[in-house]
Design a binder for this molecule. Structure first.
Ligand SMILES: [Zn+2]
Length: 341
């Protein structure tokens, strides 16, 4: 096993006004992603999010046009061509899946959860989430069936405006394409490289390495493994969910997704307790790759100060370097309390 949790620890010296300008040292850490080698910065600050006023956001959103509300949905949203989806849209339970007017890829959908304009975070249970995820899987599988060029797929979620969502009305965004995004390409290439260099599968070694360390390992639900990311992607530590046995899209159906939704709902309960009322989710799939495994990231999103600033700044957008103000190892025990029950 050659999983490396490489980190460089340093301290910046300054004369601290909070300590009567005495010479002080502020620690920082540069961490290297065990799979891709990408770096990120980790700080250890006593940050606690203030509870945002969601009711005001929801009120303002109802004053704007919402294409996903039932009175406008059918006349304001597009339909798929018949050769892609014969019925034009996919309906599963309460969810409706339609084309995304912003085509992030050759096949891009929007899976609207239900007729409800706002579903509060505490009501995001496996039951309320299942239909939209199932519709997304029906869409991806259909597209992979009709178009043999399709290799990469993802199911993505921006929940509430701090995550980048322009709509309060909950919806997923499944994308399918011939070409990977940067993240997909790095995951696939690094997985292959690891297998060649180690004659072993990264994903199995990684799960074992996190279990052996125990300070970021959140737990397992059936065939899914959950851990804090060693190199977090957001302002606060994010969660990585790995399907160690699933290498292809074809292996994932409704039953396989249920443990993911159970784990996700537990994490969202923790987010809610921590006043984190917005998040991003992405689940990654490939058509088939023996070195790859289905995996997902769940990333908290927030406006850190009362001024309403974004939690992404030049460091992430231009340097492509994430930073996190709390250590994943400090968040892990807090999150684990929500995972057990
Ligand atoms: Zn709506």
């Amino acid at each position: 096993m050659t999983i490396l949790f490489k980190s460089i620890q340093g301290k910046a010296r300054l004369q601290n006004p909070l300590k009567d300008f005495a010479l002080d040292e502020i620690p920082y850490e540069i961490r290297f992603d065990p799979l891709t080698g990408e770096t990120g910065r980790v700080f250890d600050l006593p940050f606690k999010a203030e509870r945002p006023d969601v009711s005001d956001t929801v009120r303002r959103s109802t004053e704007l046009f919402c294409p996903f509300c039932p009175e406008t949905m059918k006349k304001s949203t597009p339909l798929f061509p018949k050769e892609v989806i014969p019925e034009g849209r996919i309906e599963v339970g309460e969810a409706s899946l339609i084309p995304n007017l912003l085509p992030f890829d050759k096949y891009a959908g929007v899976s609207v959860f239900s007729r409800r304009h706002h579903i509060p975070i505490e009501e995001l249970t496996p039951e309320t989430m299942a239909d939209a995820f199932s519709a997304s899987m029906v869409f991806i599988k259909r597209v992979f069936h009709i178009d043999p060029l399709m290799e990469y797929a993802s199911v993505n979620w921006n929940y509430m405006p701090p995550s980048g969502s322009s709509m309060v009305h909950p919806h997923l965004q499944p994308n399918c394409g011939e070409f990977p995004t940067n993240e997909q390409r790095m995951q696939v290439e690094a997985s292959r490289r690891y297998a060649q260099e180690n004659s072993n599968l990264f994903w199995h070694d990684y799960v074992e390495a996190e279990k052996a360390r125990g300070d970021r390992d959140i737990g397992e639900i059936e065939h899914t493994f959950w851990t804090m990311s060693f190199v977090p992607r957001g302002f606060l530590p994010d969660v990585w969910c790995i399907f160690p046995r699933h290498s292809s899209l074809a292996q994932i159906g409704e039953q396989e997704l249920l443990p993911f939704l159970i784990g996700l709902s537990k994490i969202l309960r923790y987010f809610n307790k921590q006043n984190i009322l917005s998040f991003n989710v992405s689940i990654f799939f490939v058509r088939e790759d023996e070195h790859f495994r289905v995996n997902a990231r769940i990333c908290p999103r927030l406006t850190p100060r009362g001024i309403g600033n974004s939690d992404m700044a030049y460091f992430q957008t231009i340097h492509k370097e994430p930073f996190t103000v709390r250590k994943p190892e400090s968040v892990c025990p807090e999150l684990r309390e929500f995972f057990g029950g």
